[in-house]
Design a protein around this ligand. Structure first.
Ligand code: SF4
Length: 329
């Protein structure tokens, strides 16, 4: 099994606990026994934010801080900014030569993003080609595995099809990346919907404990618990999803569950218990974040070394691509 892994995140602002639980914690585990390339995909961010790119630079820095804080280690994995490695754009252009338009127009991610980002004009050439750049990101490193949550494995399909199609025209260059299914614990936002910056319901990795508590305290609970004396059902409560992730004290969880069902405890008590566990997990992360934030040169070095390393692999792939195509070299 090809142990090389690629994954990326768009730098569109501070990351929240949904990113941490659904992706970053898995990335941290993978770096121990896989060759991992983790990219801050700024070209992808520009596709949706081209009308105002003023935050792009700061957002790259924020996301880097979040990654380092959660435990990505530049000694164990390659961390870099996509636009620092020019070969992403080159391979995207090469792949676009063999990409049928119909594949892009039918792509479920394309339709989904258009719906999600209705406040932005995404009727651009680049945005339609989003999956081609995504395929280039993965194929450039000949990544055998791409970590995805169970509900996202379809997103990888186009990259696999593009690898096949390129290989059909020009010979075997690319392996077909496989989905590396990773646990994706439910992490609802404070209003009970999916945690998302655009809903304004997120708990951010960088939020100080005081801020986290201010967001948690009014968080929605099982609506059946209208009064303190009303019994509830943890399975219908978004706060309980957070308990499942943060609170590994199973004995305590059992007591709280009972207390909820027989109205023995109030929701604020339950949230206070949760907050103890949130704080325990997040305080060391935030301390690391602050320490890295004070070391500007270290951040620049991490990205410079990461880009150098990524470029080495990317340049070798592009050499193969150009030879396979038959360009005059
Ligand atoms: Fe949710 Fe806890 Fe309130 Fe039950 S007691 S409804 S689990 S916050």
């Amino acid at each position: 099994m090809n142990q090389r892994v690629f994954s990326g995140m768009r730098p569109t602002g501070k990351l929240h606990l949904g990113h941490m639980a659904g992706a970053l914690i898995n990335w941290v585990k993978l770096q121990d026994d896989h060759e991992c390339y983790y990219s801050i995909v700024d070209w992808h961010a520009l596709m949706s934010d081209y009308a105002d790119s003023s935050r792009l630079r700061d957002n790259c820095r924020e996301i880097l801080l979040d990654w380092l804080a959660v435990g990505l280690d530049p000694e164990k994995c390659t961390i870099f900014v996509q636009s620092h490695v020019l070969q992403h754009a080159e391979l995207s252009l090469a792949l676009s030569m063999v990409t049928p338009l119909g594949w892009l127009e039918r792509c479920p991610t394309y339709k989904e993003q258009i719906l999600n980002l209705q406040n932005k004009d995404l009727s651009t050439y680049a945005f339609l080609g989003y999956p081609v750049l995504m395929a280039a990101d993965i194929l450039l490193y000949k990544a055998g595995q791409v970590p995805v949550g169970v509900d996202q494995s379809a997103h990888l399909e186009l990259s696999r099809e593009l690898a096949r199609r390129f290989n059909q025209f020009f010979g075997e260059v690319f392996p077909e990346p496989q989905a590396l299914l990773t646990p994706n614990p439910k992490m609802p936002g404070t209003d009970g919907r999916k945690m998302s910056k655009s809903y304004g319901n997120s708990l951010n990795i960088a939020d100080e404990p005081k801020e986290l508590w201010e967001k948690l305290r009014p968080m929605v609970t099982d609506p059946a618990r209208y009064r303190r004396s009303d019994p509830g059902d943890p399975d219908k409560c978004p706060v309980w999803d957070l308990h499942r992730f943060f609170n590994q004290d199973l004995e305590e969880r059992k007591e709280l569950e009972q207390g909820c069902r027989n109205a023995g405890i109030g929701c604020v008590d339950c949230k206070k218990k949760l907050f103890v566990h949130v704080e325990k997990m997040m305080v060391p992360i935030q301390e690391r974040r602050r320490a890295f934030a004070a070391r500007e040169e270290t951040l620049t070095d991490i990205l410079r070394h990461g880009a150098d390393r990524a470029r080495g692999t990317a340049a070798a792939t592009m050499e193969e691509v150009y030879r396979a195509i038959g360009f005059y070299r």
